[in-house]
Design a protein. Sequence first.
Length: 508
Amino acid sequence: MRGTPGDGSDATFRDTVRRAGARWVRQARQRWRTVPPGRRTRWLTTGSAAVGLTVSLTAVGAAGPWDSGQRTAERARATALGADSGVRHTEDARPGAAEPERRPAPAPSARAVLGPAGAADTAPTRAGLTAALRPLLDAPALGDTATGTVVDTATGRTLFDSGGGRAVVPASTVKLATGAAALTVLGPDHRLATRAVWDEDGRRVVLVGGGDPTLTGDRLARLAEATAAAVRKRGLAPRAVGYDVSRYRGPKRHPIGVNDNLAPLTPLMLNAARTDGSTRGPAPRAADPAAEAADAFAALLAEAGVRTGRTGPARAPGDAPVLGTDRSAPMAALVERMLTHSDNDLAEALARHTALAVGEPADFTGTRAATRKVLDSLGLPVDGTVFADGSGLSRDSRVSARLLAALLSTAARPAHPELRPLLTGLPVAGFTGTLSRRYAADGTTDAAGLVRAKTGTLTGVNTLAGQVVDAEGRLLSFAFLTTGTTDARGAQDALDRLAAAVAACGCR
């Protein structure tokens, strides 16, 4: 490890800088003899700037890597000024002030957010949180029914609960359950595969949908190139391209019908079947995403030198040799994307992969059973829950605030590192995803950057579930669910005030 100023290697640090300066002087003298007299002033000015930069960079390099070097030196220097340097820094920094003779102690670490249960308890009290949240939860903008739960993540203790056990329509906050189930049974490193295989009997290349709505045109082109190379290497002469969508069962349409929020439910599609070039949010969708993806694949094969005839539905033989494979981003990244942008297509796909992983059919019936089964295995309160879909577009789903708060708390605990993407994928208030335009500094919801939460919105339904670090440094998980709202913007603002209150409270 490189030495850093203040840790006993100051001499080494000074020698390094001195050697760099001496080396530049030697080189400068040699160069000076070759510079024409009329250009020496300009050369001297440029050279002076260069040596300053050289010595500066050498100093930083000698201090070690940016974080462990420069920042370590800064922390050591701050500690050397004394424990009260944050208050008396103007006195300590006055010219000529003597440096302390003792070696600086390590800079104090910030209080751990998830400390041992026996540590000093800085969690809010039930009475304190109730006093802060009860009036906000009674706001008329929150509609007919407003429920909420706040949990101390370090201990799992419930600090606030108002109807938290009542299962209500969760809207898109159900995606937290969808992501948790997928991460649990598939793991954060799992990738979704789209394959091209050879059907000998049909003399055709079959594109097998792997249930990856994130498949892009560029990735499909690379798959076509790999497939064309394999066709030539094997000496094959395909007459057609088929497409296999047998991975999913049940109707292709969500019960809400044709809707810009969701493509037809098929395991083969390009860019979530979007027809307007968008990457997120509502958009017009292709009526038959699988057929369009297969047509595009056939065209790409032709560009790669493998011309085929027509395309059509097919069923790949179980032992069909694989010609090429495309794999999605890891499951951890897919869950983060689903939560940050509230991606309905991805949510429905992950729910079906969860169903397949636990032996259920990849349809709405299977996903309903699978999600509940997996969450129950995690010890979460699933009484009264109904997972009618994976996206939250269905009004038949029922989830409690108590379940969502407990799920977020579980995801933060050391026993379940596989669930961490549930937290890293949460939108950040005022910055990312579905919270990027919320939490403005208007004096009532000024909590930008402090709240991380999943949103949920249907007509008459507004929900919010996430985490905050409160004023005492305590990590809290919360969920607030409302139904019967008549003013979506007013309901969102009221929910934001609730989360901001949890963040600012402390509430002892």
